[in-house]
Design a protein around this ligand. Structure first.
Ligand code: SAH
Length: 350
């Protein structure tokens, strides 16, 4: 069986999928991947565990058996949490064969063999029924299919399919909800990552300046996210032009639609300046009450003493197609467009 592996295209910077043969050495791939970083993310793990325990309790209080579907089980961590929380049975789905093999061993070693069935398939290939992979639909849906952009790992189509074919109506979902936040900023430093400014070079006969043609200078480039540790960005390197606003939320306990769509919010700039960049991050509520929240908010939004360093989830920098002068108090519309896997932003005057 061939497996898809992600590679950054050095020309465009975009992530692409390459097919690798069966004899490909996946050890390097696993070493480079973020499984260890996820396992070290104590904040994430604690909140998942709290959310899973709460979901199992709610199902049990209704007098039902707790049947868990864990899509993208990786090391099997979330299924083992569910089994420890008293779930009656867990279906742990993992498409990446080397990880599915690891999950089988880890589950076995931790004594959960009777409670967890590891299935090495993409979730969209999983069958339900007496002769299927799953005996019946699950009533608890647990996943961690999110990247820095939230949807870049295919969470939306996976959820859409799972609600149609793999889980019961009214199921509990951990996480219950995700919310994407945005903030408009001006930043010469960040804008320069996306624009070709004149290049200064030292030549024998003095300094020379290389200026690119205006078509190149004004080219908006590919609308793709730049994910970075915004917590490493000094506050002097950008000017906040708007408050933080909610762009959209997804309720994972209800049917999810993955088809391309857009979301629009009205912003009232808090300062005049050049709108260049949309900074964005998300949080997940592990239960419906919103009491168990795991957030990627940067330091100037939420300064927490117990700051969790993580590389598997960072923050997003989106470049607007063109810089747009905005005036304090003069309303603008910010539109987030998305397809199944990525997001991009536009700004319009009201
Ligand atoms: N649940 C683990 C690992 C999360 S990483 C944890 O929380 O620690 C996400 C995993 O999901 C990866 O191993 C990836 O291969 C797998 N995956 C992503 N989409 C999938 C899908 N639709 N079906 C099966 N596995 C999927």
């Amino acid at each position: 069986m061939k497996t898809f592996c992600g590679r950054a295209n050095p020309t465009t910077g975009a992530m692409e999928w390459l097919e690798e043969d069966e004899d490909y050495d996946y050890h390097q791939e696993i070493a480079r991947s973020r499984y260890a970083d996820m396992l070290h993310d104590k904040d994430r793990n604690m909140k998942y565990y709290q959310g899973i325990r709460a979901a199992v309790s709610r199902v049990k209080e209704r007098g039902e058996k707790a049947i868990v579907l864990d899509i993208g089980t990786g090391t099997g961590l979330l299924s083992m949490m569910a089994a420890s929380a008293g779930a009656d049975f867990c279906y742990a789905i993992e498409v990446f064969k080397p990880m599915a093999n690891a999950a089988v061993k880890i589950v076995e070693k931790n004594g959960f063999r009777d409670k967890i069935k590891v299935i090495n398939k993409h979730s969209t290939e999983v069958t339900v029924g007496p002769d299927g992979d799953m005996q019946c639909r699950a009533n608890i849906l647990v996943t961690e299919l999110f990247d820095t952009e939230l949807i870049g790992e295919g969470a939306l189509p996976t959820y859409e399919h799972a609600h149609k074919y793999l889980v019961q109506e009214g199921c509990e979902a951990v996480p219950h909800r995700a919310t994407v936040y945005v903030q408009l900023v001006e930043s010469k430093r960040m804008w320069s990552w996306n624009k070709l400014f004149p290049v200064h070079v030292e030549a024998e006969d003095g300094e020379k300046i290389i200026v690119s043609p205006s078509e190149m200078e004004n080219c908006p480039g590919v609308p793709s996210v730049c994910d970075i540790q915004l917590n490493q960005m000094p506050s002097g390197d950008f000017t906040v032009l708007s408050d933080v606003v909610t762009m959209f939320s997804v309720d994972f306990s209800k049917p999810v639609r993955s088809a391309s769509t857009y979301y629009r919010v009205q912003l009232e700039p808090v300062k005049s300046g050049k709108a260049q960049i949309v900074l964005s991050w998300w949080d997940i509520d592990m239960d419906p009450s919103g009491m168990i929240n795991c957030t990627m908010a940067p330091y100037w939004v939420k300064s927490t003493s117990a700051f969790q360093w993580r590389d598997h989830w960072m923050q997003c920098v989106y470049f607007l197609p063109n810089e747009e002068p905005v005036l304090q108090g003069e309303k603008v519309y910010l539109t987030a467009c998305r397809d199944e896997y990525s997001m991009w932003y536009k700004l319009q005057k009201a």
